[in-house]
Design a protein around this ligand. Structure first.
Ligand code: ZN
Length: 242
């Protein structure tokens, strides 16, 4: 987080106080998120296991990526509505708390976006929301510029060498960390981040995501279960080849 982006974040927050604002959830002329839509951000914790190179990493998401959660995250990321970090903070906190408890982790590592996206936005959405939640994060992952050799790789090869996407700081060597991201879909991003951290000698104790897309088919499907309904068995027939 640079001084410039800190200033622009502060300015955006201040601007939201004086300018007419539409609710990111329903479009009503109200605050960044009206009280009805804020209620739609109530966490509904779900858990899964992320398989990374033969070992399992616990994964928790706070709610499905739909409705107000989806609209708020999109508005924050693509419209620069940084004031939404405040109502989204409890969502991130719920997921991180669930993973962190008993994990023995010493650092919370946000998954960075691409170099280009970060340069365009001037802020990292996950890091910004974590700060609003009062969480200290360790920026242990840096995006790597795609060199000519990597650009030449086909998509499958790039996915297979996912650890090349980021470089992890050597200061995490020998440490247990928890990864945090905004949205988990196939899990490919979290797997790549886990590989990069492992390559630097860190152990990934768990992954926390604010939201998860619920319907993915195929090899990379994540088998989600809500904490609240362990007794339901609706999901076996949706299971991918994992
Ligand atoms: Zn609303």
């Amino acid at each position: 987080m640079t001084v410039l982006s800190l200033v622009s974040t502060a300015l955006a927050d201040a601007w939201a106080l004086v300018a007419p604002v539409e609710c990111a959830g329903c479009g009503a002329h109200d605050r960044a998120l009206c009280s009805v839509c804020v209620a739609g951000l109530q966490s509904r914790l779900m858990h899964a296991t992320l398989e990374v190179d033969g070992s399992s990493v616990p994964l928790v998401a706070a709610l499905p990526y739909a409705g107000v959660a989806r609209q708020s995250l999109l508005a924050l990321k693509h419209e620069g509505r940084t004031e939404l970090a405040r109502p989204l903070a409890p969502v991130l906190l719920a997921a991180v708390t669930a993973v962190w408890h008993g994990s023995g982790a010493y650092a919370l590592v946000p998954v960075p976006g691409s170099r280009a996206a970060a340069a365009q936005r001037g802020f990292g959405p996950v890091a910004l929301i974590a700060r609003r939640a009062g969480l200290a994060v360790t920026h242990a992952l840096r995006p790597m510029a795609a060199g000519p050799a990597q650009k030449a790789l086909r998509l499958e090869q790039r996915l297979a060498t996912g650890s090349r996407r980021w470089r992890a700081s050597p200061r995490v060597a020998g440490r247990r960390v928890v990864l945090v991201d905004d949205v988990v879909t196939s899990g490919a991003t979290l797997r790549a981040a886990t590989r990069a951290l492992r390559a630097a000698g860190a152990e990934v104790a768990g992954c926390a995501a604010m939201a998860a897309t619920m319907r993915r088919w195929g090899d990379s499907s994540i088998h989600w279960k809500f904490f609240a309904d362990h007794d339901e068995s609706h999901d076996d027939n949706e299971r991918g080849e994992d």
